[in-house]
Design a protein around this ligand. Structure first.
Ligand code: ZN
Length: 177
């Protein structure tokens, strides 16, 4: 699992995205959502590219929505054995990757003024939903890296003793401006 703080977002990351992802960045409001989507898409491509031995911009990401066919669905990597899940909230963007397939869902939420227990319950429900729901899912509650006051939860059907959380900031291309 890879996380980065929102401060890692910069316009140079647009070059890693495809045309439709760039359009979505353009349309996103408010500006913080723009940065979150940009960073999430760039991080997904950077992580997948590293695992597939491809440049980030060469990774084919399918975002077709299974409900309506528009380009806002869960990201899939056709022709690969990578399952990925992306979440952003507050000042954190996170990308979970499951090599070899399986079900995975990740959710990060900023706690803000809400009771932590409430936020934890919400992230568990979201992570389960994003992993497809149903029985057989293991929940991993993870320490929020990089930025405090966020709750990070992973659901997967793959048995794993530990889930590694990596600060991905240094994996991203640095800002040149
Ligand atoms: Zn849709």
């Amino acid at each position: 699992m890879f996380t980065a703080g929102l401060t890692a977002a910069h316009v140079g990351l647009l070059e890693l995205l495809d045309d439709r992802e760039r359009q979505r960045v353009d349309r996103a409001v408010p500006e913080a959502d723009r940065a979150r989507f940009l960073l999430g898409a760039a991080l997904l491509r950077t992580v997948a590219g590293a695992m597939l031995d491809l440049p980030a911009e060469a990774v084919a990401v399918d975002r077709t929505c299974s409900q309506c066919g528009r380009w806002h669905g869960r990201p899939r990597l056709p022709g690969t054995a990578l399952e990925m899940s992306v979440s952003h909230s507050g000042a954190i963007v996170t990308v979970a990757v499951l090599p070899g397939g399986g079900r995975v869902g990740v959710d990060v939420e900023r706690t803000g003024d809400r009771p932590v227990r409430e936020v934890v319950a919400w992230t568990i429900a979201e992570a389960q939903f994003k992993a497809g729901g149903g029985p057989g899912l293991t929940i991993h509650r993870l320490p929020p890296p990089v930025v405090p006051r966020h709750v990070l939860t992973l659901a997967t059907n793959r048995a794993a003793a530990t889930v590694e959380v990596v600060d991905a900031t240094t994996l991203l291309p640095p800002s040149t401006s």
